[in-house]
Design a protein around this ligand. Sequence first.
Ligand SMILES: [Zn+2]
Length: 263
Amino acid sequence: MPELPEVETVVRSLAERVSGQAIREASFTSKRVTRQGFAATSKALRGAVIQKMERRGKHILIHLDRGLLHIHLGMTGKLLWNAETTPYTRAVIKLANAILVYDDVRQFGRVEFYSTIPKNIAELGPEPLDIGFEEFEKRLHARGLRVKALLLDQRFLAGVGNIYADEALFAAGIHPSTPANRLSRKRARTLYDSIRRILELAISLRGSSISDYVDGSGARGEFQTLHQVYGRTGLPCARCGQPIRRIVIAQRGTHFCRACQRL
Ligand SMILES: [Zn+2]
């Protein structure tokens, strides 16, 4: 699933191109992706002018002169500039000289119009690259949840998902089952620094392309080549040589090294 670095990369590849453009026409074909009715959504978007495109957590927000076009890439969503439509095209947004095509094989994504910011966006936690350490530590110590589960909670921090939670915990040498409120200040600091360093590095490499993810021009990311634990079950740990283990936390496969991340 695209996480903060992937969504940031998509937004960076498109934001300047779409800014200031009027939507001429918008069409939709998936009731799973666009739940508010195709005709009503098209009508709301027709003629609207795009003021700004930005990322918030794993969400793409296209601010209009009236309301908001919200896009979540789900598992397999792609938002593409001037691409050909395919059998998996679920939305087409026509601009003056270009089209934005939303493709989504598995249809876990969303493309919806809202007149005001929806509740799930309003309730997102702080951005990991913006939050200060004091606030991060306060939020971390407020919860007894296992730290991996807490990192996946979008109300705790917005944008970290399975890949970057596993990679950050490995970098920090923290076992994913450690209760968040038992992390010392020093280890909380290491985790805070690791999350930020890994997200920044992943953004600089345009995200991780595991399966479907590409940016707005169709280009793949490269951070997957630097994954230390995610998707590496049974392979040797780069630090100690022990095999990477996989356990399930919060219903998500969790990858870690038992020797480098002790409970
Ligand atoms: Zn190891």
